[in-house]
Ligand binder design. Structure first.
Ligand code: FAD
Ligand code: DLZ
Ligand code: SF4
Length: 508
């Protein structure tokens, strides 16, 4: 009896569990470009183009490997517009009795597949190193989940950077060697730029015609769109970028959007690169003396540590996670996130880069746009939808824990033990943004005071009842309490004025 095998846009892996569970001689793969996915949030045009092009090429690859593939293009006249609709249409056409699917990375899709009127067998996604059960076994008795300890488990499990049962070099974590301020020059030329071929060109024309109102520049388009190209990008970065990755992981420069970052999250998340194989390749570079341990450990921690940890939390916390709002923030997302003019150079730069490349690196996401949204009290749901839309690597399973948990503290502290907030000083130390800004980072009050300086205190005082007993935040409150009273009043008044203007839609 024929079954349908669903392959979603972020499941483009040869060894996908649904493909392994199916039989190419009998079963039929269904892949579909559908309005319900492409329009769920206003995805960046580059993200849509990347996924559609990669899906089309993966369908060809599957056919070459002997699979029968039913592929629906977005503009096919019979396109029903949704994943379930396409599965039902094909099930009726070939009298398929059921569907095999690898678990999607979004609760919305898991729920809708479970509501299908034909049997759907959902298999876990074993492209992750820690299964949901393994994560649960690690998490269940712990009062506070700490990524660092989970990461050590992952090191032991994978054997990455291990010398027997000891961490390579004697330490688990080399972060104290990282986090250097922005360098004067960046020696890495940035990611490879792939010339669009015929498949990509056709997709670009489709996306230009259908999604021209979405925020984001479609062209120039240079992302890799198959696994060979994604591997080329990985090798290119290992050769030129990996050595500087650790040192300058947190640094930001206005004209260097990519710094020493790998630009591979979109490829790993879509299935074009395997996370464990990537880590092994990076470990090899260290063994061959081509990269220092602080860079290699830092990078491997991001993947087998943070990435896996985020996936574990997302699944464990369940479908209502994206609706959490522990700090009861309700402000509207300012228009500057969608490119409206702003005098805040750090935000303008990060948003412009996001518009151009559907990319910003971790610190820009966390300490510029995330930090501002948290300090300014923006509704977490609106912030979540923005991040999900604008980044080429964004899917709920990874975006939501990073935004709702790590960046906005909206989960009440499951992921972060204290909110990631900072004044302008941090951005000034780690970037070259402040020099050319209309605001003055050294000004704590007054007409040109950096908004981060004002909002930082406003946030801490707004939430004093919640945070003052946090041992990691006592120092901040002690500093506030030492300030002269009239100064404290000025800070809070100017911050409140700023927030009023922000929410009234004024250019800030
Ligand atoms: P590099 O800096 O080169 O890092 C290497 C790899 O480590 C990345 O490719 C990624 O696979 C992994 N990684 C690093 N940090 C994280 C993390 N916190 N969570 C998961 N994986 C991580 N990452 C996404 O993949 N999708 C998202 O939607 C996403 N949203 C984010 C939102 C916020 C507010 C923050 C603070 C972080 C978010 N991240 C997200 C994590 C991180 O910013 C990106 O993974 C990284 O910037 C991707 O660029 P890169 O490939 O050049 O990464
Ligand atoms: C993000 C996305 C977009 C824009 N379009 C499609 C699509 O047309 N067809 C598809 O199968 N997948 C798409 N995706 C990826 C899905 O939204 C993704 O599988 C879920 O968010 C779960 O991670
Ligand atoms: Fe951003 Fe403040 Fe620096 Fe301007 S002065 S770039 S607003 S941190």
């Amino acid at each position: 009896m024929t079954r349908l095998v669903l392959v979603l846009g972020d499941q483009l892996s040869d060894h996908l569990s649904a493909l392994r569970a199916a039989d190419p001689a009998r079963d039929v793969v269904v892949m579909a470009e559908v309005a319900a996915e492409a329009g769920n949030v206003p995805h960046h045009p580059k993200k849509i183009a990347f996924l559609f092009a990669a899906m089309r090429k993966f369908a060809t690859r599957l056919r070459q490997a002997g699979w029968q593939v039913e592929y629906t293009k977005l503009d096919d006249p019979d396109n029903s517009g949704s994943i379930n609709g396409e599965l039902l249409r094909h099930a009726a056409a070939i009298q398929a009795k059921g569907v095999i699917a690898t678990q999607p990375g979004e609760w919305r899709l898991i729920t809708s597949l479970n509501e299908m009127p034909i049997p759907v067998h959902i298999i876990s996604d074993d492209r992750f190193i820690a299964s949901a059960d393994a994560f649960e076994a690690w998490a269940k008795d712990k009062k506070q989940l700490r990524m660092e300890y989970f990461y050590r488990e992952m090191r032991r499990k994978t054997g990455l950077l291990m010398e027997g049962d000891k961490p390579a070099g004697g330490q688990w974590n080399y972060d104290h060697d990282n986090r250097k301020p922005a360098p004067d020059d960046v020696t890495f030329a940035g990611p490879l730029r792939f010339e669009p071929d015929d498949v990509v060109q056709e997709v670009l024309d489709l996306v230009a015609a259908r999604f021209s109102n979405n925020f984001g520049a479609l062209r120039p388009f240079w992302f890799a769109t198959d696994s060979d190209q994604a591997h080329e990008q990985l090798e290119h970065w290992i050769a030129g970028g990996l050595s500087g990755f650790g040192d300058y992981q947190d640094a930001m420069l206005a004209d260097k959007p990519f710094m020493y970052h790998s630009l591979i999250s979109l490829y790993i998340n879509a299935g074009l690169l395997d996370p464990l194989a990537v880590c092994r390749q990076v470990e090899e570079a260290w063994k061959a003396g081509r990269a220092p341990l602080n860079a290699v450990e830092g990078f491997i921690r991001q993947i087998i540590g943070w990435r896996e940890y985020m996936r574990g939390i997302w699944y464990r916390e369940g479908p209502d996670y994206t609706r959490r709002n522990a700090l009861e923030h309700s402000g509207d997302l300012p228009a500057m996130y969608w490119g409206a003019p702003t005098d805040m150079r750090c935000i303008a730069q990060t948003v412009a880069q996001t518009r151009d490349h559907a990319y910003a690196h971790h610190i820009q996401r966390l300490m510029v746009t995330g930090n501002f949204a948290l300090l300014a009290g923006i509704d977490p749901w609106q912030v979540h939808e923005w991040y999900l839309a604008v980044y080429a690597d964004a899917y709920e399973w990874v975006e939501a824990p990073n935004v709702i948990g790590m960046s906005l503290f909206a989960d009440g502290g499951i992921i972060a033990s204290k909110p990631y907030v900072s004044s302008g000083n941090y951005i000034d130390r780690m970037s070259d943004y402040c020099g050319g800004c209309a605001y003055r980072v050294k000004d704590k009050t007054g007409p040109r005071a950096c908004p981060f300086n004002l909002l930082y205190w406003h946030f801490l005082i707004r939430h004093r009842a919640r945070f003052s007993s946090n041992p990691r935040m006592g120092q901040m409150y002690a500093t506030w309490d030492r300030m002269a009273e009239d100064r404290r009043e000025t800070v809070l008044r100017e911050a409140a004025d700023f927030l009023t203007r922000l929410q009234a839609g004024a250019q800030i």
